[in-house]
Design a protein around this ligand. Sequence first.
Ligand code: ATP
Ligand code: MG
Length: 552
Amino acid sequence: METNEKTVSGNFIEVAIKRDLEDGTYSRPIKTRFPPEPNGYLHIGHAKSICLNFTLGAEFNGTTNLRFDDTNPTKENDEYVKAIENDVKWLGFDWAEECFASDYFDKMYECAEMLIKKGRAFVCELTPEQMKEYRGTLTEPGKESPYRNRSIDENLRLFREMRDGKYEDGEMCLRAKIDMSSPNMNMRDPVIYRISHDAHHRTGTKWCIYPMYDFAHPLEDAIEGVTHSICTMEFEDHRPLYDWVLRETEWTEPPRQIEFARLNITNTVMSKRYLKRLIDDGVVEGWDDPRMPTISGLRRRGYTPEAIRNFCADIGVAKAYSKVDAAQLESCIRNDLQLKTQSRNVILDPLKVVITNYPEGRTEMCEIENNRNVPEMGTRMVPFSRELYVEREDFMEVPVKKYFRLFPGNEVRFKGAYFITCDEVVKDDAGNVTELRCKYDPETKSGSGFEGRKVKGTIHWVDAASAVPVTVRDFGYLLRTDEETGEEVTNENTITIHEAFAEPAIEDSEPGSRWQFFRHGYYIEDTKLSTPDHKVFNRTVDLKSSWKPKKK
Ligand code: ATP
Ligand code: MG
């Protein structure tokens, strides 16, 4: 029995594989595959499939292939092949063999001729419109094509002529001869080969006929010796055709297809076609834009392979449709980075502070821990002097209730340094606050054991003289739910740029380094935009989680 539950003994796919092992269904080891079409970059939905296939392969002492399902010459290219290889490796998986469906074109052609010779396939000359009309509907049976009863010899001749380039795209096609009255539309004499004179990224112009997915995929699996072909639910209705192809082309111990629900996440979209449109429309800068749900986008955003793998394990495998809250993914990266990153002080929206009673020209060093939760990460020395920057939002001229940060007359702790009291606000002609004049209490240095009084607010700061200008980018969700229609619509302004000041120890960073910016969130130095002279950081995730695991 298949269930939706992630049980102690494993998910329903594991249960099915275990049963096949017990029954001795296969005399060969378990083999799975991850079969992307190289027509775009992988997204987090693919990561779910990758984790599932590779984990199952390993768990049952079997193997997993990486297979490029490149049977459609128009949309596929080598850039995508390279990017996919890179992403799968980065996620931490090793494939047994790297395969290309296009390497099997000869074998697939042979299988097609085999079907013709058995009277199970015919060359059809209906136009696409006619074919649609003949197909019937869910409630009405279809009509048989007038070309359905051609002789085997005529079919063979025409199919070979198709292969030899005698016909234009769409002039004719090869169809399986199954059942035009089947309640399953996929079984109504589906097209299995079509003509396309486009060049293929690997086979060039060798072929001008290409197998259709439903014919090619089971053969690819069978040729590679795959035992369990795991795919998403929309292929459930294609399974009878999958089985038909393998039966009619006479494979022993044919692979079996098992379906699971695709991953959907709120505020984003899992479709290469849609993601490509976002790029083409200039909504994002490319496949690896940090706002994209692609593996390369998440990587550039600062996600770790561990966080993505944990996420895929947490969400589990089921057959029922569901949508995962984006906050659950964010929670996974936060949990991972919490113990891995050092803290740095960065002021995103700087407001100048002058400590009027601090000697001019003096600089002292304050020792600040690198990670409050991991003492082994040690400390660093942070310069402090008379002129500093704080966050503009850490000051309110007229404080709201329960505001414990800077306001005239209030004393706060400057993290790792002193107690500081704001006593004067400087404004420009337009009335904007341009500077705070403050006093420090020399008795209160952090670590000095001072216990005289307590303050409620602690804020971070950066020494002005040694501050390092950096650019910090924050991101919003690409999509949001429209409150009236409940539909997801494209968000505007999903990128916020801060010209920020960082403490000097930010110089330890290199492109790809991850940090916690104290009180702000987790960040990564961008691998594309950062230069040795000016660093650019991307916000991976903020500090606070709104997502809580559901109580079991
Ligand atoms: P897209 O619509 O984004 O192009 P696809 O399914 O056409 O997705 P493929 O390259 O054909 O993309 O998919 C490779 C594998 O990844 C397939 O086995 C597919 O089922 C799986 N996959 C794709 N999207 C998801 C998803 N959102 N959740 C889980 N698995 C997915
Ligand atoms: Mg596809």
